[in-house]
Design a protein around this ligand. Structure first.
Ligand code: JD2
Length: 262
């Protein structure tokens, strides 16, 4: 998979040389190229921003350097086209489903804005010759797109076959698309069995796989009820058995529908 990144802070992307992603790059699974937007400026001060039309606070990224950058990286008559991904607080929420869709693309081009964002005409012109997706990581405000792109590249890359290695731990994820249900994962433990007077829950040492699965599901349901009631509300009622309903009722989240009598 080819990943191009355009930013006025190419140094932000040093972490892409570390760990999983660093290895995937060295083995050729990922072809990552980071470009400095200022390379496509022509004035003495390498200006990339200007004041907003209509007034208001802050600055806006000028269209010309972006136009030249996109033309250079994805030539208008160049056959293959990338998907342009632009982080912005006003984009569609980035989800695991979107990460999986991006992971199936051969070529992604990430545009990192700064200031109050990029002149709208850049999106419109790009959309005339390539798919464009504006994405938001969530309801908080970052100072620019760089960190959002690092997040997305990490989420996408681990879904690219061969990057993670262990494919089971990908399909088991809480938010794996196609998973029948999305529950938060419960707590995990490893050795030693007793640490600073704190024991590992006995059931996990029991060897009773059915009881362990049940306990883990209860933990997942309780945690989801507490932190993500919105996920529980979206759960298919048919995916909940009698024991699930009792666990949720005990957690203070009775699920409506049929009563619990057989
Ligand atoms: C960004 C800014 C517009 C105010 C480029 C913020 C983001 N979930 C998210 N929060 N914030 C961003 C994000 C992404 C790119 C840029 N800014 C600052 N823009 C209004 C502040 C500039 C994502 N993804």
């Amino acid at each position: 998979m080819k990943l191009d990144i355009v930013s006025i802070f190419p140094e932000y992307f040093a972490p892409l040389e570390v760990s999983l992603l660093g290895k995937a790059r060295r083995t050729g699974l990922l072809d990552v190229r980071v470009h400095d937007l200022r390379r496509w400026t022509h004035d003495r001060h390498n200006t990339v921003d200007d004041t907003p039309y209509g007034g208001g606070p802050g600055m806006v990224m000028k269209p010309e350097p972006w136009g030249e950058a996109l033309d250079a990286i994805a030539p208008p008559s160049g056959g293959a086209v990338p998907r342009l991904v632009v982080p912005t607080p006003s984009g569609r929420p980035f989800t695991q489903v979107m990460a999986a869709e991006f992971a199936a693309e051969p070529w992604l081009l990430f545009a990192c804005g700064r200031y109050e964002g990029i002149d709208r005409r850049v999106y419109d012109e790009a959309a005339a010759r390539m798919p464009v997706t504006e994405v938001s990581l969530g309801d908080f405000v970052l100072a620019g797109g760089e960190v959002a792109v690092l997040v997305m590249i990490e989420a996408v890359s681990r879904l690219v076959p061969g990057v993670l290695g262990n494919t089971d731990s990908v399909t088991d994820d809480s938010f794996a698309p196609g998973a029948m249900e999305s529950l938060l994962e419960g707590p995990v433990f490893t050795k030693p069995p007793l640490w600073r007077d704190r024991p590992v829950p006995e059931i996990l040492l029991s060897g009773n796989h059915g009881a362990i699965a049940r306990w883990r599901r209860d933990q997942a349901l309780r945690r989801t009820a507490r932190y993500r009631p919105d996920l529980l509300a979206r759960l298919d009622r048919a995916a909940l058995d009698k024991h699930d309903l009792a666990t949720l009722a005990d957690a203070g989240f009775p699920v409506d529908g049929e009563d619990m009598a057989d």
